[in-house]
Ligand binder design. Structure first.
Ligand SMILES: *Cc1c(COP(=O)(O)O)cnc(C)c1O
Length: 374
């Protein structure tokens, strides 16, 4: 049987979502073997992954990767809870659900937190951050989401990094939905802690996240964690000292699949090639949807190639759930909206999704606009 046919049987529909994503047969196939977490065969895979992640994050020396069990939020919580000392203060730049989640985590952990909210339809404002940092000398850390998956908005990583650097603050970035799908050099961007997960642009399956930082940054956070299982320093120390060993049971099958996904990324031509493909997916999507009368939520210059929000049609016969079911029957799963100020749905353009799939999707949408039938 052809791999394409196998994929069709495994996946009756393509996920046009922000993660988990459609992955290849090749990635999923790696999960058929069982692994011992203690054995060096497995630990070598872990070490290789850690090195490859560092290479994706920067070409500067001195960086290290820590893998953490759980979904992406667990890695965000591990970072926020492990890098800010009791005497520290965090400022979070918010323009969507994932930015709010960082603030929620910090509040729950009793960390002194300030939020700068620019609303869901505007990029975060570097000048507003500069003003706050000027006025409040207590602030030690700055956190921001890179691609705010709520809308698909891209935040100004570089501008915020320059201000964090100027004021000598630790810069924490949730690059969950962009890392691996957009070129990011964390050294150049002055990012101190970068967080992402297995099941987004690297196109693995869900089960763990990872945190990238300098060795020196990791050494500086010993003993700060407010949690045992989410102690970023202890997790890192264990992986370092025991050459790729996780502290507690690790998602072995997911890790093996991730190693394959990294190979696939390399085979595609690396992050540059993947960024190009996602960009072409997204342009094909917006052109096709606009031709059918759908309007994107965001201005094009704020929009990422990861996920796009569209206004729901304002037709009395239109219902999102019906539209969703019709499209699912034709082999495509889309995503509901999450914006509180606008009535939207979302379409992701990441994963094992190619411009030809988007062409097929637009055809499917064209024949699914049941509300225009009478
Ligand atoms: C997916 C995502 C997360 C993590 O979500 P989980 O459901 O915990 O995996 C965090 N931040 C952003 C921006 C995301 O897109």
């Amino acid at each position: 049987m052809q791999v394409a046919d196998l994929n069709k049987i495994e996946n009756p529909y393509l996920l046009l979502t922000p993660g988990p994503l459609s992955t290849t047969h090749r990635v999923k196939q790696q999960m058929l073997r069982d692994w011992c977490t203690w054995d060096k065969d497995y630990n070598q895979i872990v070490q290789q992954i850690r090195n490859q992640l560092v290479n994706l994050a920067t070409d500067q020396p001195g960086y290290t990767a820590t893998l953490m069990q759980g979904s992406g939020t667990f890695s965000v919580e591990a970072t926020i809870g492990s890098v800010i000392p009791a005497s520290g203060k965090l400022v979070v730049l918010v323009n969507g659900e994932y930015g709010r989640r960082i603030a929620q985590i910090a509040n729950k952990l009793g960390i002194s937190t300030l939020v700068i909210d620019s609303g869901e339809l505007a990029a975060v404002d570097p000048q507003a951050l500069a003003k706050v940092l000027q006025e409040d000398a207590q602030i030690t850390h700055v956190a921001m989401v890179h691609c705010e998956t709520t809308t698909g908005m891209l935040n100004p990583l570089k501008a915020i990094g320059e201000i964090a650097q100027e004021y000598d603050k630790v810069y924490i970035v949730d690059a969950m939905s962009s890392f691996g799908g957009m070129v990011i050099d964390m050294a150049e961007l002055h990012i101190d802690f970068l967080i992402s997960s297995a099941n987004k642009c690297i196109q693995g399956v869900p089960g763990f996240g990872f945190i990238l930082a300098k060795h020196s940054s990791m050494n500086s956070i010993a003993g700060l964690s407010r949690s045992v299982s989410l102690d970023l320093y202890d997790q890192w120390r264990c992986m370092e000292d025991n050459v790729g060993k996780w502290r507690f049971t690790s998602p072995t099958h997911v890790v093996r699949a991730f190693a394959e996904a990294l190979k696939e990324l390399d085979g595609e031509g690396g992050v540059v090639a993947r960024q190009q493909r996602y960009g072409e997916n997204q342009r094909t999507l917006v052109d096709g949807m606009q031709r059918l009368g759908f309007e994107p939520l965001l201005d094009a210059q704020l929009q990422s190639s990861i996920i796009t929000s569209f206004h729901n049609p304002q037709h009395p016969n239109y219902n999102f759930n019906t539209f969703y079911e019709v499209l699912k029957g034709k082999g495509f799963v889309i995503y509901p909206g999450k914006v509180s100020q606008a009535d939207c749905f979302r379409i992701g353009t990441i994963g094992d999704v190619w411009p030809s799939d988007i062409d097929r999707f637009i055809e499917a949408v064209e024949t699914s606009m049941y509300w225009n039938d009478d």
